[in-house]
Design a protein around this ligand. Structure first.
Ligand code: IPE
Ligand code: IPE
Ligand code: MG
Length: 247
């Protein structure tokens, strides 16, 4: 029996975030280049995006390239940027067809111009999609995002558009790149590492975490369903007691 049949369709996570990890180690274990892992990883993105949309998840955020990933060998960064550009180009017609809107969070200024232009094109061409929002975290890190938010608040205080008393959680949330999305209900990390790696640190405060050894290139629909099934077995207490939550 598939986990799909066990999922309660009335209690789906609204927003799933994924740290897709393990591409390079998986490829190496097969005696191939790391870039082969990244290529197969794109296939997983396609399958998991489809699974999320078919189920009725509203937001899917995937960590595609971190601020720290700029420190990888130049050739790997080049391969990843090239792959990203080609994947965006190839997938755009399908995203339009199935109503998936693409958005990007991250420091786009650091992207090579060709990649940035392709990304902007895909964002504008899919803007009418209402089935699901696919958010690509590209050249993204949580610390970068928080620093940008602090700068923007400081600027407004300096220009008397805000007072220190105006600063609260909602205001900070509204200065983050994720201001238009609900916080992730579920975070999935593939590839066996048990860490957050500078991803959505503010937004994940109350997310349920799901870690799996499965490398991203072989993480496909069935394990996505398994993660959602696991999510549905959790009790989210937000600091309260179990009795409070159940009443
Ligand atoms: C995730 O896989 C993809 C990116 C970070 C771009 P990795 O490339 O980190 O693969 P491993 O973790 O080294 O196996
Ligand atoms: C996190 O994976 C970044 C992405 C998935 C894009 P990394 O492979 O870069 O993370 P670390 O280095 O293992 O923490
Ligand atoms: Mg990794």
């Amino acid at each position: 029996m598939s986990y799909l049949d066990k999922i309660d369709k009335t209690r789906l996570p609204k927003h799933v975030a994924i740290i897709m990890d393990g591409n390079g180690r998986w490829a190496k274990s097969l005696g191939k280049d790391r870039s082969y892992g990244h290529m197969e990883g794109v296939v997983s993105v396609r399958h998991v995006t489809e699974a999320a949309r078919e189920l009725g998840v509203s937001y899917l955020t995937i960590y595609a390239f971190s601020t720290e990933n700029w420190n990888r060998p130049e050739s790997e960064v080049f391969d990843l940027m090239d792959l990203m550009m080609k994947a965006l180009e190839r997938e755009t017609p399908d995203l339009i067809k199935v109503g998936v809107r693409l958005e990007i969070i991250g420091d786009m200024d650091r992207l090579p111009e060709k990649v940035r232009n392709r990304a902007m094109k895909c964002i504008s061409e899919t803007a009418g999609g209402h089935e699901m929002t696919l958010v690509l975290a590209l050249s993204y890190s949580s610390r970068w995002e928080i620093v940008e938010a602090v700068k923007s608040i400081a600027r407004d205080v300096k220009e008397n558009k805000l007072t220190v008393q105006d600063i609260n959680e909602a205001l900070v949330s509204n200065r983050l790149t994720t201001r238009n999305y609900p916080e992730p209900d579920l975070l999935i990390r593939t590839g066996g590492e048990l860490r957050i790696s500078n991803f959505l640190m503010w937004q994940l405060s109350y997310s349920e975490l799901y870690f799996t050894e499965t490398p991203w290139p072989v993480f496909r629909k069935e394990e996505f369903y398994e993660a959602i099934y696991s999510f549905q077995s959790r009790e989210r207490r937000y600091g309260k007691t179990s009795e409070q939550v159940q009443n």
